[in-house]
Structures are given as C-alpha cells and as structure tokens.
Design a protein around this ligand. Structure first.
Ligand SMILES: Cc1cc2nc3c(=O)[nH]c(=O)nc-3n(C[C@H](O)[C@H](O)[C@H](O)COP(=O)(O)OP(=O)(O)OC[C@H]3O[C@@H](n4cnc5c(N)ncnc54)[C@H](O)[C@@H]3O)c2cc1C
Length: 415
C-alpha cells in the first residue's frame, strides 16, 4: 500500500537516517537504505508537485551503466527503462562554429566492451517521478515535502533537525544531499573549495529529422564544449557551455534566434532541428567539500562534490556515493556498530573522497585544456585524440571509465 506524503508533526521522530534534500541523490539513498531495512525520513524544501515536474523541461542525464544497475536494484529503473535511450557510441571532436568537426576525433563503440551500452540518457522528469513513486511505495520511507531544514543539533546517539515550521525530527545519522550550497555541511562546520568557470551551460532538447543511432557527440568549441546526447524518438539533449556573457546573450534570444545561433555549432548531420521543451541555464563551477563527514553527518552528491558537466559524471559520482554509503551502513549494522559513529562514517569517506577529488581535478583540467582556441593546445589535443583513437586498449579503458566500471565498485553497482 502507498504511504502518503506526510505533514510534519512537532513530536520528535526516531529514524535510522534523516536525509536533507530530495533532489536525485537523496531519494536514491533513501531507497537504497530502506532496501537494507533502515527507516528513513527525507525532507525537501520544494513541494512534491513541483518536484514531479509534469512537463518535459529539456533536462536529461547521461547515466553510466553502473548507475543504471543501482537504479535497477532500488526498483526505479523498471519505471524509466522504456524512456531511456541506450548510449551506443560516443564521438569526440574538436570544432569551430561554421567549420564543422575537425577530422581528428575519438570514437568509442560499445561493441568493443562486453558489458553492453556505456550508459543511458534519461530525462529529468522521468527520473524524478520514478524516485518519488518508488519512495511512496516503500513503507520504511517518510517523505516530508515543502519544508526547509533550518538547524541541526548533534546528540550523543543521534542528530535532531528543526524545520522552518518549528517541527523537529531525529535520526541516528544525518545525510546532507542538499546540493552545492549544502546547509547541512555549513551547519556541521564543513568548509569547501569552490570556484566558478565564467562559463554557463545552456540546456535544452531538440527534435531532428534524421535518426541519431544512439550516438552521443561532444564537440570541443573554443568557448566550451557542446554535447549532443541521444534521447528516445529522434530527439537529442543539448548541453552547450559558453562564456557566461555570451551564454546570457544566447539564452535571451527568442526560439528562432536561439536555433540560428545553435546551428553553426550543431552542424547539419541530423538534418533540420526544432526546439522541444524549455531552455535552462546553469552557471558552471567546481565545489568540493573539505570533508564528506562530520559528527553523525555524511554528505552525498553535489553537497559533497559539484563538477563541470564536461564528462557528464556529476550525478553518476553522487549515485556511487549513495551505493557506497548504503553498503557501509549495512555492514556496520551487521557488525553491531553504531551506524552514525565516527568509525562507520570514516569508512564511507575513505571510499569516496579520493575518487571524487580526482574526478573534480580531471574535469577541471579537461575543461581548461579543451575550452581553448590556442593553436598549440589545439594541435596537441588533436594529436592526443588521434593517438587514443588508434589504441584499442586505451579506447576500451576510456569506455569502461565512462560506463563507471573501474575502481572499487559498491555491491549495488556490480550487477
Ligand atoms: C548542465 C548540467 C548537465 C549535467 N549533466 C549530467 C549528466 O549528463 N550526467 C550526470 O551524471 N550528471 C550531470 N549533471 C550533474 C547533476 O545534475 C547533479 O550532480 C545532480 O543533479 C545533483 O543532485 P543532488 O541530488 O546531489 O542535488 P540537487 O539536485 O541540487 O538537490 C538538492 C535538493 O536539496 C533540497 N534542499 C536544499 N536545502 C534544503 C534544506 N535546507 N531543507 C530541505 N531541502 C533542501 C533542494 O530543494 C533540492 O531538491 C549535470 C549538471 C549540469 C549543471
């Protein structure tokens, strides 16, 4: 039986986990923890209807194969599988507007690895709805929507949070999945290293005349990358990063003007294009929490690390935090340990912090190297791409990385 979204009450509630943030990583953790038998209360500042976001708003994610496995394990994938577009090939090229792609390119074809497609493109609206429905069907999860957490107090055996409405709730461990400006991190005294790129991503979807054949394209343009990612039904998702002043100018154009600006970079390989849904802009930056844990607190997803979307890995990294933390908590309970204890949470931090710091550095370096029209750098990266393209082993390791198959995989991502 579905459990309805509950109105908070002023009596403190005792949960295993209190999760602040019901975006994407918070619900994934709630479901993974409930699957392991933990009781969870998840709180989000936005009303449920807003998060369900019924119309197509153009946003999509490239989910790695291992992220898909996690979603399958927590009974979310079955709801979105019919809307997911397998990513069969990736083509990476250097480009300049009006000139088309350079002849130097890297081409990755999933047929060269045995695990199947490197990932899937999933629209934000389907993913959010599937998370909310799966949580509603899980009796161990209580959802509190339209409520903001304003303070938290660490007690000897747990943490108590207070909502703007004055209600309080308690749990053995508090999870911050409240995004890049995580109040949970701030209230725990966790600082962060952060900087902006003076780049803004314009995100939208287009319908096109010709089929994309499941091929994702990444064009490295002088001011930032343009990703064209295949969606179902002859549509593609666009993530177009430009210098912020130019991005604002482009974002301010009407639909016809916007398409005129996009066409020279996009090219004509998919025939005529038309806008579907809305356009969004996201200022781009890097944000890495100085620690992923504090006394009885753990951070996951963008609250812990926010990276440049150049490699489409932000959510994938967050989902890996989720799978790792769920496993650490489950193993701690099996050993009779305190799930919010320092020893337990340190294991999570050891597992995830180095990997995500490496991802942050890699995406930062990649962006600086590729969002650049310096002729020497351009020649060097074209040569590099040509070399990678000629080396099957290197190509395969890039593909396994994109599929999320490398490193110490949490159990929920193994099959
Ligand atoms: C242009 C762009 C393209 C991207 N493409 C990809 C991609 O292809 N693949 C990929 O893997 N990743 C991608 N990403 C990254 C991905 O979007 C993020 O990593 C992901 O959305 C982060 O989710 P989250 O749940 O951690 O945080 P958020 O989505 O930021 O959610 C935080 C939630 O916390 C709630 N909240 C905050 N404070 C409080 C409070 N005090 N009380 C209650 N609730 C609170 C908010 O309401 C919000 O719902 C992209 C990012 C951008 C900008």
């Amino acid at each position: 039986m579905d459990n309805p979204v509950q109105t908070p009450i002023s009596r403190p509630m005792s949960n295993d986990l209190i999760i602040v943030g019901g975006g994407l990583n918070g619900p994934a953790l709630a479901l993974a923890a409930a699957k392991a038998g933990f009781s969870v209360t998840i709180i989000d500042a936005l009303p449920e209807d807003t998060r369900k976001d019924r119309d197509f708003d153009g946003r999509s994610y490239a989910l790695a194969l291992t992220s898909m496995r996690l979603l399958r394990q927590i009974s979310v994938w079955e709801q979105i599988a019919d809307h997911a577009q397998p990513m069969l090939e990736i083509k990476v090229t250097d480009g300049r507007a009006g000139e088309g792609p350079s002849p130097w390119m890297m081409h990755f074809d999933h047929a060269e690895i045995e695990e199947g497609p490197m990932g899937y493109l999933v629209e934000d609206r389907h993913l959010r709805r599937a998370f909310l429905d799966a949580m509603a069907a899980q009796p161990l999860i209580t959802q509190v929507s339209g409520e903001t957490v304003v303070s938290q107090t660490v007690r000897p055996n747990g943490v108590e949070v207070t909502l703007a409405s004055g209600s309080t709730m308690s749990g053995k461990v508090l999870i911050g999945s409240d995004g890049r400006r995580s109040g949970t991190a701030e209230r725990s005294g966790i600082g962060r290293t952060a900087w902006g790129y003076d780049q803004t991503a314009i995100v939208c979807a287009v319908a096109h005349e010709k089929p994309h054949s499941g091929i994702a394209h990444q064009f490295f343009m002088p001011n930032g990358p343009l990703a064209i990612l295949p969606l179902t039904e002859n549509r593609s998702s666009i993530v177009w990063s430009e210098e912020t002043s130019r991005a604002n100018m482009i974002a301010g154009l009407d639909d016809a003007g916007f398409l005129d600006a996009l066409r020279p970079a996009f090219g004509s390989f998919l025939g005529e294009i038309a806008l579907v849904g809305q356009r969004f802009t996201y200022p781009l930056g890097l944000s890495l929490a100085d620690s992923f844990i504090a006394d009885r607190v753990a951070l996951v997803g963008d609250a812990a690390h926010g990276v440049h979307p150049i490699a489409g890995q932000g959510l994938n990294a967050g989902l890996r935090d989720v799978a790792a933390l769920a496993q650490v908590l489950k193993e701690a309970r099996a050993r009779g340990e305190d799930i919010g204890g320092a020893q337990t949470l340190s294991r999570y931090q050891q597992w995830r912090r180095f990997d995500t710091a490496t991802l942050a550095v890699a995406t930062d370096t990649f962006n600086r190297l590729f969002s650049n029209d310096n002729p020497l750098l351009r020649a060097a990266r074209d040569l590099g791409m040509g070399l990678v393209n000629k080396a099957p082993n290197l190509r395969r390791s890039f593909m396994r990385e994109a599929a999320g198959l490398t490193g110490d995989l949490p159990d929920l991502m193994k099959r």
